[in-house]
Design a protein around this ligand. Structure first.
Ligand SMILES: [Zn+2]
Length: 681
């Protein structure tokens, strides 16, 4: 906090203010009239009105609720003047393969109630309605099947190991568990004969988990199992109440009624287009995911309503002649997470082949109550791209503008919604993180660079408390600005823009250098050299990636060459990689017919294709900055028919921290036995 005293302190207080106010008018990358036009048209309130409709639908993949939301988005897109607005229909039939994603069946819940009942002679009298689908659809675990069961409730603790059932007879009863129902069903239902599950599992753990005792969390059963089980999700408060009563020797009878079924249905992603003026064969994509439990306001009605607002704004500004029609086309995609995106990639290969870059939004509106931090993330080390720098440059601009506005010291373009907050939006300009559809775009099968905008953590994610009232329209407006500005910039990028782009990239690269040097100081000499090699390769490749959008002028080539020489002077020349022998020298190539990452939704391609084998140990590895899933994703992405196992190990170590080559080698062998990769030489 800066306190200003009259007269004497005026000078020292005022001086930085002047400097800040000047900084506020430096618009990056785009011409200022374009930024002014966006600032004048973008509306967080408009986005929030659309969000409110979406949050009233229980948007399970391939369900009626999802279809209602999809039809709404399509209607809005048409009313905004977008073209080629399509609600796609791709089979969700339980067997079609979309690359590494096996289609799940549709799931349409209609009714679910859980009652506590009391035996009155031979009759059961209702005592208390414990859970109602009509109130809160999240109370029914996804993929539950129809049931009409009256049974005693029995506490099995976690219910995930045999010892939880020792000395208990759960046959014909409903089990109470603290864990996710999908993990409890194999023992409780299949082995010990329970009729159903009541769960208070806490998924997506964060610092606030188990504190919001009235929150009910989204739960899931196994989509591909043929059994007909059901599970109700209850709050921690309800759960603890039952644990106490059962421990006190009370008998609790429950009556569960579920009407729901899995059946062949369709995935219904929506796509729409703002056609480009000349480069129609190239598209910049704005993406989100439209599915999830009701209300699912931040996750992810926020991202969907925000890209819809970007669509409305660019379409209107072009129609009004306030900005020129972009050179490349801008495509908008509202899929169900991961599954619909993979279904789209495989069913519309010609469309997908036009995708040049994606701006993906998953949770971009969390107000202060959600405790969320906004991020603008980079791509993975396997796909360094200037596209990351574009998104982060606009993110940095938003940070500065919103901070100066909040402090009363400037900020010409704070993007404040009339009904939203005024606080600064200090977005974290991050390295790559996983967790949404941007993983698919950047996967080595497609290599489409992505800007990932997301809130993390969010104390209400996947609960009935992820409400529209938590959503800040100002934040939606700011996310829409970063998305719209990045999309317009990428859609128009031409050689004349490259000098300014490279200037922005140089300063961003120097910031990354500082981070790298910090990390390097903690490593052994060999791992320090590995990190340095990975860093220099990443910076070089990010620079070279410009050429896929615009020819690099000679002046920039000279400037870049001088920069990389300076960079190597600072980092020192790293020792060359250890020479590889035996397994370390093996080179793998991707099997092009198996496209997509190993981790998709409800289905594990690698596990399904290596049945009877223990999962590779790499997937349980916890490195300095990455977990097993992240190492696994990137190891496969680094497979290119050229790098040997040693080089892949070094690349992933540079990204996530040192890892034993034996783990990488074992993982690649598992991928080979699953037919995902083959030895190239
Ligand atoms: Zn999400």
């Amino acid at each position: 906090m800066r306190l200003c005293l009259p007269v004497a302190a005026l000078v020292s207080c005022a001086a930085p203010l002047v400097a800040l106010a000047q900084r506020s008018s430096t618009v990056p990358l785009l011409p200022e009239p374009t930024v002014a036009a966006l600032a004048g048209e973008l509306s967080g309130a408009s986005a929030k009105r659309n969000l409110e409709f979406i949050t009233r639908q229980h948007r399970m993949r391939a369900s009626k609720g999802f279809r209602t939301a999809a039809d709404f988005v399509a209607a809005q897109a048409r009313s905004y003047g977008l073209e080629e607005v399509v609600v796609h229909e791709f089979p969700a039939d339980g067997h079609t393969m979309y690359g590494t994603q096996k289609a799940r069946l549709g799931w349409d819940p209609e009714f679910a109630e859980l009652w506590e009942v009391r035996a009155d002679g031979s009759r059961m009298t209702p005592v208390l309605r414990v859970a109602s689908f009509e109130d809160e659809p999240v109370i029914l675990a996804e993929d539950s099947d129809s049931a009409d069961v009256t049974a005693e409730l029995i506490d099995v603790g976690a219910g995930t190991s045999d010892k939880d059932y020792a000395g208990k007879n759960v046959r014909g009863k409903i089990v109470l568990t603290s864990e996710a129902p999908g993990g409890v069903i194999p023992l409780a239902y299949d082995k010990y004969g329970a009729k159903g599950v009541v769960s208070a599992a806490q998924n997506q753990p964060n610092a606030w988990s188990r504190e919001d005792v009235n929150a009910i969390r989204w739960g899931h059963l196994d989509s591909f199992e043929t059994r007909h089980a059901f599970a109700f999700m209850v709050s921690l408060k309800q759960y603890r109440g039952y644990v106490e009563r059962l421990a006190g020797g009370e008998h609790v009878m429950l009556h569960a009624v579920v009407k729901a079924s899995r059946h062949a249905a369709t995935y219904n992603p929506v796509t729409a287009l703002i056609p480009g003026s000349d480069k129609k064969g190239e598209e910049i994509v704005l993406s989100c995911h439209l599915d999830h439990q009701r209300p699912g306001a931040n996750d992810n009605a926020s991202g969907c309503a925000t890209i819809l607002e970007v669509a409305r704004t660019i379409s209107k500004l072009v129609a009004d002649g306030k900005i020129a029609r972009p050179s490349r086309s801008i495509r908008f995609v509202w899929p169900c997470e991961v599954e619909c995106t993979l279904a789209l990639f495989h069913s519309e290969p010609e469309m997908r082949a036009r995708f040049k870059a994606v701006i993906h939004m998953d949770m971009v509106g969390g107000g202060p109550v959600t405790k969320s931090i906004f991020h603008v993330g980079r791509g993975p080390l396997s796909l360094p791209s200037f596209v990351s720098d574009v998104g982060q440059r606009f993110g940095a601009f938003m940070n500065i503008e919103s901070q100066m506005y909040a402090e009363g010291t400037g900020g010409k373009y704070p993007m404040v919604s009339g009904e939203g907050g005024k606080e600064p939006q200090l977005g974290d300009l991050d390295e790559f993180s996983m967790g949404s559809d941007h993983e698919l775009y950047q996967e080595a099968s497609w290599k489409i660079p992505a800007i990932y905008m997301n809130d993390w953590p969010d104390r209400y994610i996947h609960t009935n408390f992820d409400l529209p009232s938590n959503i800040d329209p100002t934040k939606l407006q700011r996310a829409a600005f970063i998305g719209a500005a990045s999309a317009l910039y990428l859609a128009n990028l031409k050689p004349a823009d490259v000098p300014a782009l490279w200037a922005a990239m140089e300063t961003a690269s120097l910031r990354r250098l500082a981070t790298m040097l910090d990390r390097r100081a903690t490593l052994s000499p060999a791992e320090a050299a590995t990190l340095t090699r990975g860093f220099l390769a990443q910076e070089q490749q990010a620079y070279e990636s410009i050429a896929s959008f615009a020819a690099i002028p000679d002046s920039v080539k000279q400037s870049a060459s001088a920069y990389f020489q300076r960079l190597a002077t600072i980092t020192g020349t790293p020792a060359p990689a250890e020479s590889a022998r035996g397994d370390a020298a093996l080179v793998f190539a991707r099997n092009a017919s198996v496209s997509g990452p190993m981790v998709v939704f409800g289905y594990d391609y690698l596990a399904d294709h290596t049945k009877g084998h223990a999962p590779p140990k790499l997937l349980d590895y916890q490195g300095l900055r990455g977990n097993g899933e992240e190492y696994g994703y990137e190891v496969l992405n680094f497979v290119d028919g050229k790098r040997n196992v040693r080089e892949i190990r070094d690349a992933v170590s540079s990204e996530y921290g040192p890892v034993d080559i034996a783990l990488v080698s074992e993982y690649l062998r598992a991928l080979e036995s699953a037919g995902v990769v083959r030895t190239a030489k």
